[in-house]
Design a protein around this ligand. Structure first.
Ligand code: NTF
Length: 831
């Protein structure tokens, strides 16, 4: 190695890195207080202490990040890129401390400075650049990639506003407020890269040249600037990168208009450029066809591909080797424009002939589908795409015609061809993004066994006939045990470590090691310790609820939790109807009978898309039912109901370890996987659920006797819906207990009943999500839960067994699957 200049000895000492003994840590924290924050050390609050501690931890991350990136550049391994419009990261400081192995030392250090680490961690605002499972999955996958020393980068958008903050109004309805998450001051976890910028074009016109080439010019140009977030691996120096793009105007403002006195006009283009990355779309499972969303998608894919292409070109390899160095995972169809964009780069800029370009493209991309719900399948109007991205529209039509080969394979089957077409006929025509993602990718996968099978047999059936089955695979989702065991449940992690006589790192890096707990299932002392941890987690949750909402919770009750986005298919409505049914049943009892009932606390949390009327009504019903139920002197000691506002990753970290039972009750065949089901089980909570998504594989692991299953199975769903359509039976006949619940709501038992009519009618009328079909078996399942909970020792055994069998659901396993079966990349780490 050559030294830059000057004295080598001086350089060597200076480059030694950071000391991480406690005195060095306190020194570094105080240094940041005085210099980076320019604050007085003697009047520091928790927020200031958080900021200084974060900057101090960040110094360590940056050094590891530099070494890792330098190593990748020198070694030039094949890399994988995870393109996701959502990364639901949550808080960073605690995770960084854990992964760096510095948690104890910082705890001691800040303690010596007069602070409590727990309080400092609470100061951090969640980075909530995602809606739900899809975005949190991306975050878990980054953690697992870095932890396994895999060369993987994430690419996304740096939204100025994350998912909205949820408030509950006086009438019980959801209100939305913006989430200006960056307004806390500088975000210590990101590095602005003023030098990493690309120009991205919109509109203009595309002019065909000879052959398949074209020139795209004119229109509007905006600039993408990179912000890098360091992703530390656990127990390794490897620190990967999450690169998020911010949109900026190409020219700050228009001097001509300014000089002419038209000040509004002068900043107009700057405002419209900045709008692109201003806000995360808060819709989950629905598409709206808004131009700004399409702009976001193109802006992000174009900047990411330009960056990937520049890095590839620095290797000096022939363009034909692109797929030997680059694998790109498409997280749902949101980044599908990357396919025509890479075609455009190859053909228009790199002079690659069409067929060769298509070959390269289809060896580069991999596509994950996350839902089979029809309303979530993205389609873009051809006229909109034509105006915003004229060159891409040409390329898509070219791919479409190439694809006409399908006709040759299935001569005369026009229906099949119509279904497989990239263009859906209609007024206007629409581009089907899932079809484009499928034909442009090497492999297509679903996110749990049942879901992948549904992908193969429903939305992608024709493509399976065409390409053969081997293109269509499964990678069951996973969760990172670092955040979802050690961070959120340190007591349990410690107990496991002591019991197995293993350092935490052993099972946090190989979750199958938890199976060792099975030996202790019958050990009464271990059972007691296991139960004590659940109890203290309940108290931690109760404390949170008391300090934030001022409500007192019975911590000796069974805790029953359903936390996820509000959606009809997830059936929070079934749950609330079940709670009301329980309430009515308790009211029917004599006081003597009530004394024998085990107390239960039911928690809901989750956001509804701002425009999703029925989902919002469900929240309103839950909140208002809670008001009545919690204040009823006859029942309030045995049944409590809470809707916790503003669900977030951080709230999940408090709720999940406290739960005895959690609900994953989607209509069979609708929940692709679910990932919180895995988190609850890992923390010793049991499931009540339908035979859907990853619930099925969880039951395979833990044994069906440890899961409370109910409801119809997937193959029955279509027939039942057909019957509802054409041979409807009134609810009073079909399901009297549910009819009674609906009538009580209607009659105003929980506030003005007329408000809820539209919600009740979804059940009384078509009942698309089959509540009337599943209600009886749901109530039975909850009955079995109550009975099982009576025998506390048996329950604790179930809880231990469940947690012990969660090895499969580590995101480390999922990422290994992707790395080996799809991306063909290998671990490599800096010295
Ligand atoms: C979600 N899909 C599914 O609904 C969940 O079941 C699954 O666990 C997560 O993805 C992660 O795979 C979506 O959010 C989307 F966008 F596809 F609708």
């Amino acid at each position: 190695e050559k030294w830059p200049k000057g004295d080598e000895k001086v350089w060597r000492t200076a480059l030694r890195g950071l000391d991480t003994d406690v005195p060095s840590i306190t020194k570094s924290v105080v240094n940041h207080v005085q210099t980076s924050l320019a604050r007085q050390a003697y009047n520091l609050d928790n927020l200031g202490a958080y900021q200084a501690a974060a900057l101090s931890v960040r110094d360590n991350l940056i050094l590891n990040w530099n070494d890792t990136q330098m190593h990748y550049t020198r070694k030039a391994p094949k890399r994988a890129y995870y393109l996701s419009l959502e990364f639901l990261m949550g808080r960073t400081l605690d995770n960084a401390l854990l992964n760096l192995g510095l948690k104890d030392k910082y705890q001691e250090g800040v303690h010596q400075l007069g602070f409590n680490l727990e309080d400092i961690l609470e100061q951090e605002r969640d980075a909530a650049l995602g809606n739900g499972g899809l975005g949190r999955l991306a975050a878990c996958y980054l953690d697992s990639s870095a932890s396994q020393e895999l060369p993987v980068w994430g690419y996304g958008l740096r939204y100025k506003y994350g998912i909205f903050q949820q408030l509950i109004g006086p009438d019980g309805s959801q209100l939305e407020a913006p989430d200006p998450w960056l307004q806390q001051g500088d975000n210590p976890w990101e590095l602005p890269r003023l030098d990493v910028t690309y120009e991205v074009r919109f509109y203009g016109h595309a002019e065909r040249l000879d052959g398949m080439k074209a020139i795209w010019s004119g229109g509007q140009e905006v600039v993408a600037m990179a912000y890098d977030t360091m992703i530390p691996g656990y127990d390794t120096k490897s620190t990967n990168n999450l690169r998020l793009w911010e949109s900026k105007p190409k020219r700050g403002f228009d001097l001509q208009s300014f000089n002419a006195g038209d000040y509004e006009r002068a900043v107009e283009s700057s405002n419209s450029a900045e709008a692109i990355t201003s806000v995360l779309y808060p819709n989950d499972h629905t598409t709206f066809g808004k131009e700004l969303r399409l702009k976001q998608q193109y802006f992000w894919t174009a900047a990411s591909l330009a960056d990937i292409m520049r890095r590839f070109k620095n290797l000096g390899k022939p363009i034909t080797e692109f797929p030997d160095y680059v694998a790109i995972q498409l997280n749902d169809t949101h980044p599908t424009l990357a396919i025509p964009e890479l075609m455009r780069i190859f053909i228009d800029e790199e002079d690659v002939p069409w067929d060769a370009a298509w070959q390269l493209v289809t060896n580069t991309f991999f596509f994950t589908n996350h839902t089979v719900l029809p309303e979530a399948l993205e389609k873009w109007p051809v006229p909109l795409m034509q105006s915003l991205l004229p060159r891409h529209m040409q390329i898509i039509f070219d791919i479409h015609y190439l694809h006409v080969a399908v006709e040759k394979k299935f001569p005369g089957d026009r229906d099949k061809f119509a279904r497989m077409s990239l263009i859906e006929e209609g007024y206007p025509q629409q581009v089907r993004m899932a079809n484009l993602a499928c034909i442009g990718s090497r492999k297509v996968n679903g996110v749990a066994e049942l879901h992948s099978e549904l992908v193969r047999t429903t939305i992608m059936k024709d493509f399976v006939d065409y390409y053969g089955i081997s293109k269509f695979a499964n990678v069951t989702n996973g969760i990172t045990p670092r955040r979802w065991l050690d961070q959120c449940n340190p007591g349990l992690s410690k107990l496991i470590s002591e019991t197995l006589k293993l350092p935490k790192a052993a099972f946090l890096k190989d979750l199958f090691k938890l199976e060792g707990l099975l030996k202790f299932v019958d050990d009464p002392i271990f059972q007691k310790k296991w139960a004590a941890i659940k109890q203290s987690n309940k108290e931690r949750l109760a404390h949170y609820v008391e300090t934030t909402l001022g409500l007192k919770i019975n911590t000796h009750a069974m805790f029953d939790v359903q936390i996820k986005r509000l959606h009809e298919y997830k059936r929070q409505t079934l749950n609330i109807m079940g709670v009301i049914h329980r309430y009515l049943t308790l009211k029917d009892m004599t006081p003597e009978q009530r004394k024998t009932v085990n107390p239960k606390v039911v928690f809901f949390a989750g956001k509804a898309a701002p425009g999703y009327y029925i989902a919002k009504l469900t929240i309103r019903l839950i909140v208002n039912a809670a008001r009545i139920i919690n204040s009823d002197p006859e029942t309030k000691d045995i049944l409590q109901l809470y809707f916790l506002p503003d669900y977030s990753v951080s709230l999940a970290e408090v709720l999940i370890p406290a739960s005895d039972i959690s609900q994953h009750i989607s209509t069979a065949g609708t929940e692709a996987s679910g990932t919180s089901n895995m988190k609850f089980c890992l923390n010793g909570g049991l499931l009540v659920g339908t035979v859907d998504g990853a619930n099925i594989e969880i039951a395979e692991e833990v044994g069906e006797n440890n899961v409370f299953f109910f409801g119809h199975l997937t193959p029955a769903v279509e027939d039942l819906r057909y019957q509802h359509m054409y041979h409807a039976v009134p609810i009073e006949q079909k399901c009297p207990p549910l009819a009674r619940v609906l009538n009580e709501v209607s009659a105003g038992r929980f506030g003005d009943g007329s408000v809820y009519e539209p919600l009740l009618n979804t059940i009384r009328q078509h009942d698309y999500y089959l509540l009337t079909e599943d209600f009886d078996s749901y109530i039975q399942a909850l009955q079995l839960v109550d009975e099982a909970y009576q025998d506390r020792t048996e329950w604790i055994k179930k809880s231990i067994r469940t947690s012990a069998k969660m090895g499969k659901f580590s995101s480390d396993r999922a990422i290994q699957d992707y790395a080996q079966e799809y991306w063909n990349i290998e671990s490599t780490k800096p010295e």
